[in-house]
Write a protein that binds this ligand. Sequence first.
Ligand code: ASP
Length: 340
Amino acid sequence: MNNWAHKHVLDLASFSLEDYSTVIALADRFRSLPETGTRKLPALQGKLITTLFFEPSTRTRSSFELAAKKLSADVQNFAPQSSALTKGESPLDTAITYMSMGADVLVIRHNLSNISAEIASYIDQEGLNTSILNAGDGLHSHPSQGLLDLFTLASFFNPNEPSTKSLSGKNIAIVGDILHSRVARSNLWALTACEANVILCGPQNLLPDDFVQFIDSPPPGIKKDPINKRGNISIERSLKDCLKDVDAVMTLRLQKERMKKSLITDINRYYFDYGITHENLKYCRRKIPVMHPGPVNRGIEISSEVIQDNSISLINQQVRNGIPIRMALLYLLTNRKLTE
Ligand code: ASP
């Protein structure tokens, strides 16, 4: 196994090609464990994984919990509504409390961008050993989702040997509310790193023109892009033109909780223009897989028929692949010094 240099996983902008390869290879091994009759590994015995979800979650929190349990870790979950947050305790003080109880990894979700980074920098300043795994911060980043999407696509294109190479030269469409989506941002780093080209599609108010330059400016703290050659990003306003020549499409939820005002006044029109329906998929030259990170709003960004069409929908596979990807991340963070 390659060297793993990350103490925390805050976003994917800092990931090298080797990092992506390491995660995919490990996730692939974890995914095939049931075939060998192994349901659980002792790898994280004695480790404590704490999930601090200040924002709601169905898939991410439960799959981190399951991933940790499959590696025999102890798991501690935090329930914000019944916590001291209601008495005014800050997220940092909440995190410090759980670190004092011995958390090896804090898996954090918050509606503010950069909360995970703030807690990680406190840890580093204090010389503490806990790792932070960002499970979604505002509209900034959702690295484990970006990785499971990458793994799902790589497995689709190359089922026997999914790797970063499986994505090279592929054209992947991301459709919908890009502006408010941390999933889109993490996918942009991951997909372009593997030399896939990303075609973004949505109306102007959900997809500003400057998204084509997204990968030109790595976030603060990253001096040099660790990837030598990235795929391209382009924008198509019309779904018809976007879908014509793509190899896969990922659609996104309208993130109303992050909109200051309603940006879509006519939902039917939006569904007609940007909904992933069998009708709109006729614009594709070939049959392509459809992805969605969930939760889905049926009849707004995607139809029920497409979700249930097993010949094209990868949505359930995305959920399933979330477990080995999160096992890989937890393993790498808790075995930093042991990887060889
Ligand atoms: N579950 C994803 C996220 O937490 C996508 C979404 O909420 O629409 O960002």
